[in-house]
Design a binder for this molecule. Sequence first.
Ligand SMILES: Nc1ncnc2c1ncn2[C@@H]1O[C@H](COP(=O)(O)OP(=O)(O)OP(=O)(O)O)[C@@H](O)[C@H]1O
Length: 623
Amino acid sequence: MTFLRLLFRNRLAGFGAIVLALILLLVLLVPVLPLQAPDVTNTANRFQPVFSDGHLLGTDHLGRDLLSRLLHGTRLSLAVGFAAALIAASIGSAIGITAGYFGGTTDNIFMRTIDMLMAFPYILLALAIVAALGPGLVNALIAVAVVNIPFFARNIRGITVGLASREFVDAARLAGMGHFKIITRELLPNVLPVIVIAMSTTIGWMILETAGLSFLGLGSQPPQADLGSMLGEARSALITNPHTSVVPGVMIFLIVMSINLLGDGVRDALDPRLRSGALSRPLPRTIVKRLDKPAPRIDTSDVLRLEALKTEFHVGKRTYHAVNHVSLRVRPGECLGIIGESGSGKSVTALSVMGLVASPPGVITGGAVRYRGQDIIDAPYGDLRQMRGENVAYIFQDPLATLHPLYKIGKQLREAIQVHHKVSDAEAEKRALDLMRQVRIPNPANRLDVYPHEMSGGMRQRVSIAMALANEPDVIIADEPTTALDVTVQAQILSLLDQLRRERDVAIIFITHDFGVVAQLCDRVTVMYGGRIVEEGTTGDVLDAPRHPYTKRLIDCVPELGGGKRELAAIPGLPPAVDDLPPGCAFAPRCDKARDECKQHDVALREDGDRAFRCLFPEGDTA
Ligand SMILES: Nc1ncnc2c1ncn2[C@@H]1O[C@H](COP(=O)(O)OP(=O)(O)OP(=O)(O)O)[C@@H](O)[C@H]1O
């Protein structure tokens, strides 16, 4: 159902589907339609025009009814095209999946054979095959199928090579599955959508190729009609009786056009990345649809300030309130921690700052982001791009995903510098080396000359930090930069960040789900839940006397070394879905202190200086 909805959302694909369905219906009804026999000649009646008596589309050079020949011929052409596509897809995909899975010699033998097939111009190859097998429709079908096998084999091999080294295939091997089972159960379901997509876009092509062979007299043999042979026979009367060529020509055009339009639609609807919107026209910045007016500039000592920021994801009819009226601020040299469970909106808050939330489906619908007092949400894209890296830099969790795998570290650092500063390669190299020293990478000159995969996780994260520092930004937003690292490396990275912000007065917004990390690094902390801020304050205050029950439960989740044996208190239940938030306090369904009032109305943030919390019955109050 979803597939059909997605398919028909693409109007052209819907149009293609309707045209093709009508053609298919017509050819399926051929046996019951009151048609004349397609092959009976009547030379006295040759070249009758369109709409002549008893011949709706006229007659050909032998007086045969063109409508009857057209429908019979279309049936044959479609059957041959589909059959050729099916054969080419089956054999090509089997070769591709086997070569990709086994690799080594098998891959070499299969793919070099395919390469040899591809070395011939495809039409020459098809002609050679038909010449060897003899003319005839079945042989034309075999020829067209054979010349299309390489297309499927290469495509499917490429995808299989990527899949064969994935963890789920290793897991299947470890579970004792044999090769055949791994190929059919683990790999085939993953490549099947690609096979269907490739088929849907090549059927039209194969119908054309078969028609081409028939046109040359190598496909269907007289008196049997297919669209190509009809065109071939009409060639000599092209000028005198053009309708004999126009009729099959229009039909070929309609079939190929409808299949291609439908094929594109099928590809879009089947590809999960296109379906999720991930590949659909990614915009360079997040869409802004603010109802409130842009905020005027203010004087402030805060380097970055978010005011009632709202970021939503609009997916179909659903709205995900990922960031819901979030306000926070950070001063030069200060470290602000943002903490919360997975899905609480930390990353989307951080990405909204520089308009980096993927759009569609992300939209900033309200609030302000101020850099040194100036609201930058509506800033022209050129200004925003200039600010990215230069004023506000990001460090992400997985450096391997953010560093380019094919360029050496030195080149990537130089590029980060040269994006914002017009300096020579030698100068950039000098600065890159200096940055490597600043992030305490041992033997920095040699390390500039290696690829990301040749470094350890900790070293790679140091490189990411160096890249973030490359343009001396005022704010660094670090999104769980130590989550993937072991504790000793994590401690080194944290102390490096701490040292850098003190030395350079750079503000850090540190996103994490670990209160231990917050305690070590942050001056202040903001706790998020369900897209909202539920508590904030200086780290000491929040850790010593949490006011929101959620904060208290989060702190209780942290194991304490040497603190004696205590039971770890997991938080029951799951975080709320931000497209379906409960009324009142979002934490109420999981909170043992919740009362009816908590579930009725929105709970306001109670602010007192640096301290704020969103709770009617806070911790520490005697009720
Ligand atoms: N492309 C998207 N489409 C719909 N909803 C999305 C999309 N991306 C994020 N969300 C929603 O936004 C919410 C906030 O996500 P976000 O990544 O900011 O959480 P987080 O707190 O950073 O979690 P994590 O610690 O796992 O990174 C999530 O609940 C998620 O459902």
